[in-house]
Ligand binder design. Structure first.
Ligand code: AMP
Length: 111
């Protein structure tokens, strides 16, 4: 089965790219739920966080630091970084991704 986010990572699927390096790609969410809504993905296909393992330690840390850098770049003081793990948690694309969202008030606990 083809993975849409793998397609974005390799450039075969168009996206509004915001950031890329050897390991991570960030792009605008197609259906934004906040004034700023980016998705950060590893180039490596990992279906969800629960599928990551010890070998992915540096990669996962790197994604968090890229999120921090993008938040700085976009001048976001308050932001939410979230990953949905599994359908019951709202995951609709089976490639690990972190939502970086800002620009409105967020409720807690998340709905
Ligand atoms: P989730 O529901 O946590 O799996 O999030 C998947 C997100 O991917 C949703 O917010 C979608 O709007 C977004 N999305 C799906 N396809 C694309 C795409 N081709 N380009 C950008 N965002 C997408």
């Amino acid at each position: 089965m083809t993975c849409i986010f793998c397609g974005i990572a390799d450039g075969s699927v168009k996206s509004q790219l915001i950031y890329e390096d050897d390991h991570v790609v960030a792009f605008k969410d197609l259906n934004p739920q906040a004034p700023t809504h980016l998705l950060l993905i590893p180039r490596k296909h990992i279906a969800r966080l629960s599928e990551a393992d010890e070998q992915d330690t540096a990669l996962l840390g790197h994604i968090l630091l890229v999120a921090k850098k993008l938040a700085q770049q976009f001048d976001l003081k308050d932001f939410r970084l979230v990953t949905n793990n599994g359908k019951g948690a709202g995951q609709s694309v089976d490639h690990l991704h972190f939502h970086l969202m800002a620009g409105r008030r967020f409720l807690w606990p998340a709905g």
